[in-house]
Ligand binder design. Sequence first.
Ligand code: CTP
Length: 213
Amino acid sequence: MNILITAGPTREPIDPVRFISNRSSGRMGVALAEAALARGHAVRLVTGPIAVPAPPAAERVAVVTAQDMLAAVQANLDWSDALIMSAAVADWRPRTPSPLKLKKNRMPAQLEMERTPDILQAVAARKGGRVFVGFAAETGEPEEEARRKLQAKRLDLIVANDVSRADAGFEVDTNRVTLLAADGTVEALPLMLKTEVASRILDWVEAHAGFRA
Ligand code: CTP
């Protein structure tokens, strides 16, 4: 299969030296890319600024902002049989980033913000026969929120995790996730390495896309 994976955070500039971002390290997306390559799939990996090395065998598209990530996903969607959106896309960006560094005594106390594009919603109409997988990082009621996003973003599978726990979610090698599929099946996985979580997600994708290496 041709698998398009997004990983890591996006950065939304305030000025040339400051940005809005989040704690995503890219570990989950990189684990997915490595597992997919090991199974013989072709991988295109769209990364925000990640804190871990990307596998050299993946075709890498490095981006910074949510807008760049949307453009990269749109450009590679036709190529793909499956899209796995593990990136933590920033939802808001400063409306007018300054081209010059803002001096602290002239910086506004409040930044005017605007929404970034929702990448999954923007490409939903081009889904066709592709498998779409999303993630839902939550700090409360992960399953309920994940089910809402599964429907709103027209996903086949959503990977829900509770990021309020120290051993799961951001910046660690382990994760505790629940897989919720559009057909209503729910599978709660125990705490496991992100490499193992990646393997379980790929099992699901292969089973629902029909494996062709
Ligand atoms: N996502 C996306 N585009 C965005 C934000 C998120 O495609 N601008 C994707 C993420 O990669 C993830 C899924 O949507 O696969 C859910 O992301 P999440 O941040 O949990 O959800 P949001 O839609 O941002 O909802 P909320 O802020 O209400 O939790």
